[in-house]
Design a protein around this ligand. Structure first.
Ligand code: NAI
Ligand code: MG
Length: 481
């Protein structure tokens, strides 16, 4: 890594935060300090927004779409060239197993590839109007976009937000999470290396209530994207409302996997387990509730429990099924949920194992399968953000739909049944942004529009939909006589 991670990047210049302060970065696998990042704050954010504004009005709005696309494609190739280095950085910084980090970098490459190709394919419309008129509807960039992202998938989040935002012609101020952002710092450097002009991507690292709050409340933002906890999502909307800044929010989920009596167990079980242990459960679209029809409950749960018992947790470089959690605080949060479940006498059906070589000081928890859980219990309602899967029995289709929809969230869902009519009937009744039938796509599918219903947020990321989020229409009415 050549850019000093303890610096921020404004207008292409790497510099200390104005307060010269830094934040230590720890490796989740052993709790040891591995780096330090700059503790940017309001003055840095203000400077960054000004740089993004100047770049938007200057170079970037004058760069043709085809050229913006080429620059993003070049960045895609550059990230691919540095895939090993970036995957190692991502794994060490987040604790995730190397194979997942490799997948994440491959997805990041894909984001820049997809939006590089899409940049010059986004077009407007015409509308038939009165005689003597021509109406043109242009899709124009929003302008300066703020991004506040979490620590669970830093590299992918950089791809998901930056690639679409820049393809649509916006410039950005990017505030990654203080708990993990080393890959983002490196990719910002690579972006400048391939010729993305200074000021188009400005990176300000720092704490949520400092740099994050300064960005969300900045008066000169045209749009704000946030991914993270529902609690902070509420604060973000209040801050943005001061200046009527529109937002796209992705606030997590409590996504159900619904298993009907005619499901193919052998197909379903490995996918269901991997959808909760992926990234140690720290995935917004983790499948964290499994709803099982009562007629197969005992048989299905016995097989599911066997699979959970086979899960191994270890250091990022041990490359087992999953790694540690991101931080001591996250570990405490997950253990708190488990302690309350124990106090409420929820049966533990199975637990995975922590590798004997996992180092003390790392933030390890065992994957757990619990159930039956009352659908009203917090374990069935709240995002644990850890490898904790709960089982909930149901009677029939109507009951399954009621339980599936019975949380404040609505991000994604899985439906497991070989009955074609039921597949679509159930899918259409579930209030979530994506439904998978006989499969599950936690995090997958760059091409697929992604986002929530209800408290999971609003607006859409990914696919062509994201280009619509990052643009607005401007209608031009010509009276040509
Ligand atoms: P968080 O929501 O506090 O952090 C996400 C981002 O928001 C980070 O960049 C952070 O610096 C920023 N932020 C925090 N406070 C802010 C503020 N007042 N103003 C502006 N920006 C702010 O999430 P955290 O604390 O890291 O994790 C807590 C819980 O949130 C997790 O246990 C999990 O349940 C949930 N979460 C959900 C995510 C998802 O993708 N669904 C991602 C991260 C966390
Ligand atoms: Mg927080």
């Amino acid at each position: 890594m050549s850019a000093n991670p303890a610096t921020i990047c404004i207008n292409g210049q790497w510099q200390n935060a104005k307060n010269k302060q830094t934040i230590d970065v720890f490796a989740p696998s052993n709790g040891k300090k591995i780096s330090a990042i700059a503790r940017g704050d309001a003055p840095d954010v203000d400077f960054a927004v000004k740089a993004a504004r100047a770049a938007f009005e200057g170079v970037w709005s004058k760069t043709p779409a085809v050229e913006r696309g080429r620059l993003l494609s070049k960045l895609s190739a550059k990230i691919a060239e540095h895939a090993n280095e970036l995957a190692e950085l991502e794994a060490k910084d987040t604790g995730k197993a190397m194979k997942l980090a490799r997948n994440d970098i491959a997805a990041t490459v894909r984001y820049f590839e997809f939006y590089g190709g899409a940049a010059d394919k986004l077009h407007g419309d015409t509308i038939p109007f009165l005689d003597g008129y021509q109406v043109i509807v242009n899709r124009v960039p929003r302008g300066v976009v703020g991004h506040i992202i979490p620590w669970n998938y830093p590299a992918q989040m950089f791809g998901r937000t930056i690639a679409a935002c820049l393809a649509a012609g916006n410039t950005t101020v990017f505030k990654p999470a203080e708990d993990a952002c080393l890959s983002v710092i490196r990719m910002t450097e690579l972006a400048h290396g391939v010729g993305i002009p200074p000021g188009v991507i400005n990176l300000v690292t720092g704490l949520g209530h400092e740099a994050g709050a300064a960005l969300a409340s900045h008066p000169d933002l045209d749009y704000l994207s946030f991914t993270g906890s529902p609690e902070v999502g509420t604060q973000i909307q209040k801050m943005a409302a001061e200046h009527h800044t529109p937002c796209v929010l992705e606030l997590g989920g409590k996504s159900p996997q619904i298993v009907f009596e005619d499901a193919d167990f052998d197909k379903a079980i490995p996918v269901i387990v991997s959808a909760i242990i992926q990234n140690t459960g720290q995935t917004c679209s983790a499948g964290s509730r499994v709803l099982v029809q009562k007629s197969i409950y005992d048989r299905f749960v016995a097989q599911l429990a066997d699979k959970v018992r086979s899960v191994r947790v270890g250091a990022h470089d041990a490359d087992l099924d999953c790694g540690p959690l991101i931080s001591g605080a996250q570990c405490e949060r997950v253990k708190g949920f488990l302690a309350r479940a124990q106090a409420d006498k929820i049966p533990v059906l199975a637990e995975g194992a922590i590798d004997e070589n996992a180092q003390p000081g790392g933030y390890y928890v065992k994957p757990m399968l619990l159930g039956p859980v009352d659908p009203a219990h917090e374990l069935a309602q709240l995002e644990v953000f850890g490898p904790v899967l709960v089982v909930i029995p149901f009677d029939d289709e109507a009951h399954a739909v009621q339980v599936a929809n019975g949380t404040a969230f609505g991000l994604i869902a899985g439906v497991w049944t070989e009955n074609g009519g039921r597949q679509l009937r159930v899918a259409k009744q579930i209030r979530v942004g994506q439904v998978y039938i006989n499969g599950y796509g936690a995090g997958g599918g760059i091409e697929l529009p992604f986002g929530g219903f209800k408290r999971s947020g609003y607006g859409r990321a990914k696919g062509f939909e994201a280009l619509h989020e990052y643009t607005v229409t401007q209608t031009i009415v010509v009276n040509h006589g």
